[in-house]
Design a protein around this ligand. Structure first.
Ligand code: HEC
Ligand code: HEC
Length: 88
């Protein structure tokens, strides 16, 4: 092997190490159930980037103070699917 190959391998290993050391993701994913299935369908149909934006318009139809309230100190009321990942 050439010296360059070792460098490439070393960079690859360090990327893996950083990913492996990253803290576990704890924010709850969007459930995959009847209430949320249509949003999975939207994302599937429109793709991750556009679909998530389209789907997020509907979240607060249920997720509001009167129906399914947010936990106290909930961080943001926009871009829901940026933090709450999907379980495909
Ligand atoms: C038709 C009503 C409805 C809509 C629309 C809706 N949800 Fe929900 N969602 C619920 C209900 C009901 C629960 C369960 C509440 C509970 O018991 O904690 C829930 C729970 C959740 C949870 C918590 C999951 C967990 O593990 O505790 C997340 C995250 C969530 N929804 C995200 C979303 C996002 C993001 C959207 C928009 C893309 C959305 N929801 C749209 C009804 C809805
Ligand atoms: C900046 C990141 C962020 C954004 C944006 C965000 N959330 Fe959250 N959400 C959290 C965190 C962190 C928690 C608390 C940890 C947890 O329970 O997942 C939480 C908790 C929740 C819960 C309660 C989960 C449970 O089981 O207790 C629901 C429901 C929820 N969010 C729905 C939404 C909806 C709907 C939107 C968009 C209107 C949204 N979130 C936007 C980070 C975010």
């Amino acid at each position: 092997m050439k010296k360059r190959d070792f460098i490439v391998i070393a960079i690859g290993l360090s990327v893996l190490l950083v990913l492996w050391l990253a803290p576990p993701e704890t924010t709850h994913h969007m459930p995959k159930n009847a209430d949320h299935q249509k949003f999975y369908d939207i994302v599937q149909a429109e793709g991750m980037k556009k679909g998530r934006k389209s789907a997020e318009k509907f979240c607060q139809e249920c997720h509001n103070a009167d129906q399914v309230p947010f936990p106290e100190e909930h961080p943001g009321k926009f871009r829901c699917l940026f933090c709450h990942k999907l379980d495909f």
